[in-house]
Design a protein around this ligand. Structure first.
Ligand code: GLN
Length: 272
């Protein structure tokens, strides 16, 4: 009888995937770490693991993002669980976290509100970097809130998670920082056709890409303390419009910050 096992190195070569991706997916199928496969490329892969690997590799070739296959994405040095209910955290979003930490004092009790938290990546990394801040994060999607809740408890971040459509249930509460990475891709943007695996409502507002940004900017003043800061991620071509919206709504100083590729990415606005 022929041996039903196949060598890992053979499966990796035959996968028709970039080598690192294939190795990560084979490691997942075997229940070992990718480092283990680096050290033992000649490990025998049994039929059940071969089946799991074939399935994962086919989904990857079909365009499913690696993060949804492995269930994790690194953000700001932390491993965040992700599911198809949440947007996969992007490196450019780390600019929101960096900026908040750079410009706000580490004063205990400083209050932070994140709107549309998804995986929880922004709120959780802020709470871990500044454990004495009081961080509240909202999302209107209960499946996303469940992911954020699992991430905050696994990473032991102190974040209060609230089901909310933007500011709706927050009453008259006021914060020192309001931060958000809202859906800002315009409905007709060709870019959306390459992002079919992520939740559409987290990417586009179904309109011109500025609808969620407008809603947040219009209400932010009522929820900021004097001198409070609004930090918003936006599209590379939305800088001037978001800047103008913040000015129109009475923000005193407004700046557009650039991401690592030199594109307009974040609006930093101070309330009075
Ligand atoms: N930066 C994401 C992208 O273009 C969009 C994220 C968002 O809409 N908030 O892929």
């Amino acid at each position: 009888m022929t041996d039903p096992n196949v060598l890992a190195s053979v499966l990796l070569r035959q996968s028709r995937l970039p080598f690192r991706e294939a190795r990560a997916l084979l490691a997942l199928s075997l229940g070992v770490s990718p480092e283990h496969l680096v050290a033992h490329p000649e490990i025998a892969v049994h039929p059940a693991a071969q089946g799991r690997f074939a399935d994962l590799a086919a989904r990857r070739r079909g365009g499913t993002p690696m993060a949804y296959l492995t269930g994790f994405q690194e953000f700001y040095g932390h491993a965040l669980e992700v599911t198809p209910a949440v947007l996969i955290p992007r490196p450019e979003t780390e600019l929101l976290v960096d900026t908040a930490i750079r410009i706000l004092p580490s004063r205990p009790g400083l209050s932070v509100l994140e709107l549309g938290t998804g995986s929880g990546c922004i709120a959780i990394t802020l709470a871990l970097a500044q454990p004495h801040w009081q961080v509240v994060a909202t999302d209107r999607c209960v499946q996303a809130l469940a992911v954020a809740r699992r991430n905050s408890s696994r990473l032991q971040a102190r974040v209060a998670l609230v089901a909310a459509d933007w500011f709706a249930p927050l009453g008259g509460a006021r914060f020192d920082l309001i931060v958000s990475n809202p859906p800002y891709v315009a409905e007709g943007d060709p870019h959306l056709s390459s992002l079919t695996h992520e939740p559409r409502h987290a990417l586009t507002d179904g309109a011109d890409g500025l609808r969620a940004l407008r809603t947040i900017i219009a209400s932010a003043g009522k929820h900021l303390r004097p001198g409070g800061v609004l930090l918003l991620e936006h599209g590379y071509d939305q800088g001037p419009q978001v800047h103008a919206l913040a000015r129109e709504q009475g923000f005193g100083s407004v700046e557009t910050l650039l991401d690592l590729e030199g594109r307009d990415r974040v609006c930093l606005a101070r309330w009075q």
